[in-house]
Design a protein around this ligand. Sequence first.
Ligand SMILES: Nc1ncnc2c1ncn2[C@@H]1O[C@H](COP(=O)(O)OP(=O)(O)OP(=O)(O)O)[C@@H](O)[C@H]1O
Ligand SMILES: [Mg+2]
Length: 319
Amino acid sequence: MIVAGKGGVGKTTVAATLALVAARAGLRTLLVDVEATGALPRLFGRSEIFDYHPVTLRPGRPGTGEVTGRTLTPDDALIEYLDTHGLKRVSKRMATTGTLDLVATAIPGIKDILVLGKVKQLEQAAAAGEPGAPELIIVDAPAAGHAVTFLASAHGLLDAIGVGPIRSQASDVAALLADPARCQVLLVTLPEETPVNEVVETAFHLEDRAGVKLGPVVVNGLYPSLTLPEDVVAAAKAAGARLDPQDVAALAGAADFRRQRQSLQAAQVARLAEELPLPQLRLPHLWTTDLDERHLDQLADGLGSGISALSQQPSEVPG
Ligand SMILES: Nc1ncnc2c1ncn2[C@@H]1O[C@H](COP(=O)(O)OP(=O)(O)OP(=O)(O)O)[C@@H](O)[C@H]1O
Ligand SMILES: [Mg+2]
């Protein structure tokens, strides 16, 4: 499962939340970080950046799957590829001389295909039932407009390269992305004007250019819907409180703001449903500046019920 979307919309948060939902359903789940910024480990209270080797983020318990995490950068993937193809000495030198960056400039898409090629290899190990292999792999895809190039890299390379190992890697990756039984892409967005425009555009590009199967679109950061009283003074009186004029103005302003945000978000969610015929999963905005594992569990409760609701009505598409 590949979690993609614009920068800052909540990809990493959604990827981690999904991992918890999957683990609760008993699946051994691997979270793959392709950017190694430390954001994913931080959500699980880790200060270190993941290594190339999986670390346990949440141990499995009876009935619950283990959640592990690892990074998977193009450099790591290339070195491993060369090592396992009898080119250990070359790979060491490439690592120290920055050759990959040179190659990447000459062949656009090569870095992406290295990462996705490795994901494909992990998926095949899992499909083959290798002991300890994850049952679900969740990839926190790269940010900011890069999702389309990342996922279209296989097709780009297939167009450009006629034969050889890169072509066969690209064709394997294209086959993985195109097969809904093996791979789904989950787009994440925020219920705001520009992010909604962008996710609609990205969704159509991905289907056209990368041939991927899109899963539900995740709308992150929804304000829990509240009915706020228009008359702050009357509401305070009813609650047995007295407000001084300053409080009245501040509370009325806050309520106004909240009402406006809620109706703006509702309008954007409705527009998304109209413009993008995909089921929606919705995640609430949590009032914290510092999301941690407890928050992830809270989000996983909501996401889990959203997924159950969708799976009970698989053919329902909003709009
Ligand atoms: N539902 C939510 N409630 C509250 N805060 C959230 C929620 N989702 C995400 N955030 C916060 O918003 C910020 C961006 O989230 P996140 O890092 O998951 O986005 P991203 O799409 O992975 O960003 P990037 O493109 O930088 O990788 C983070 O500070 C995160 O804690
Ligand atoms: Mg992120």
